[in-house]
Every structure is written in structure tokens, then in C-alpha cells.
Design a protein around this ligand. Structure first.
Ligand code: FE2
Length: 210
């Protein structure tokens, strides 16, 4: 039985041929290379991947950026930071729903401030996610990464729209407000896209071993 490793995410597949698609990151078969019984690199692993080319001299700013992003990746800032909005986001959406159904002023306020917190944390989540994607997966644009990035973008836009909407119309969640159901839908979209992005991230972290 041969073993094949995904060049993008590290998933190891056992079989006579590599899989048509990586089940973790959706990279196609051409991204798999054969490894030995213990997962050690075979000669084919490094074929076509020169490692001896001299690195170009970097500016001071580029070196500072590299040092910063190395720390962000090495200390797992993305999974840490993503827990902050993800912990608050479901509460915000539940509060929005309850505020609308119960016409409850306190819940309207709670939802609004939770949404503001989500928006404030998103820059760190997005940047650390971008850094991790480049550091760990070399910026590979497989289907799963495209979906994850799309979800992050939609989630962020939905959160910003929700905050801006509530700011411009403080009664948007009140009984009889004509846009309240659309406002709730924006919040549900925010939650759904955050959930899908988290699901794909979890697959890459926890499913990439045999
Ligand atoms: Fe993969």
C-alpha cells in the first residue's frame, strides 16, 4: 500500500494512487506526492521544488513584516483570535432574533453592542487568517480555501452592514419596523458563513492525518 501526502495541507492518503481531490483542502491529485511507510520524504517529493535558489535581499520593512507574521503564525493567533467573534456572534444573532420576536429594548441594545464587538475583532481575524494561509498552505487557492475566504468576506460585510444599519436606524429591531426581518436575515447570513468558515478550518486542522 503506497502513501501519498497533500502538498497543500499535509493530509496523507493510503492507496495505489493519490485521490482525485484532497478530502481536507480539495487540492487535486497533482498536488500529492508519494511518501514512505513512515511518512518520510521520497525522492519524488522534492522533484521540481528547488530549494537552493538564493533568497533576494529584503528591505528592513520586509524583514519586520516577516518577523511579525512569523510570530503570528507560530503563536497561532488565527485560531485564538477567531474564537473571540465566534463566541459572541451566535449570542448577537440570538439576541437580534429575540429582540424582534419579543420587541425587547434591552435585547436590542445587547445585540447591537455584541455586533460592534464582532466588527472590532474582525481585522485581527482576517489578517491572521491571511498570514496562516500563506505560511502554512503557501496561499494555495483550492476550492475549500476559496469558500473559506468567501465566507470570511461575506461574514465581515454582513457584520458591518448590521452595525451600520442599527446605527442609522436605532428602531430596526422594534415591532413594526419594515426592515426587521431583512435585518435578521443579514445576521443569520453572518452566522452561517462564520460557521462554514470554521467548519472548513476545523477540517484542515483535525482531518489532515490518516
Ligand atoms: Fe490537502
Amino acid at each position: 500500500m503506497k502513501k501519498w501526502q497533500c502538498r497543500v495541507c499535509g493530509y496523507i492518503h493510503a492507496g495505489s494512487e493519490p485521490p482525485a481531490k484532497c478530502p481536507v483542502c480539495s487540492a487535486d491529485a497533482s498536488e500529492f506526492y508519494e511518501v514512505g511507510p513512515e511518512g518520510e520524504a521520497l525522492a519524488s517529493m522534492v522533484a521540481g521544488r528547488p530549494t537552493t535558489a538564493p533568497a533576494p535581499e529584503k528591505s528592513l520593512l520586509a524583514k519586520a513584516y516577516d518577523a511579525l507574521t512569523d510570530h503570528i503564525y507560530a503563536n497561532h493567533l488565527h485560531p485564538i483570535s477567531v474564537h473571540f467573534p465566534n463566541g459572541v456572534l451566535p449570542a448577537a444573532v440570538i439576541f437580534v432574533g429575540l429582540a424582534i420576536f419579543l420587541n425587547h429594548g434591552g435585547l436590542q441594545e445587547a445585540a447591537y453592542y455584541n455586533l460592534i464587538f464582532v466588527v472590532l475583532t474582525m481585522p485581527v481575524v482576517l489578517f491572521s487568517g491571511y498570514v496562516s494561509w500563506h505560511k502554512r498552505y503557501k496561499g494555495a487557492m483550492t476550492r475549500n480555501f476559496a469558500i473559506k475566504i468567501g465566507c470570511a468576506a461575506i461574514c465581515t460585510v454582513a457584520a458591518v452592514v448590521a452595525v451600520a444599519w442599527r446605527y442609522s436606524d436605532p428602531t430596526i429591531m422594534a415591532a413594526g419596523a419594515p426592515g426587521r426581518w431583512l435585518f435578521l436575515l443579514v445576521n443569520v447570513v453572518m452566522l452561517a458563513t462564520a460557521g462554514l468558515a470554521g467548519h472548513l478550518g476545523g477540517k484542515m486542522v483535525f482531518d489532515n492525518r490518516l
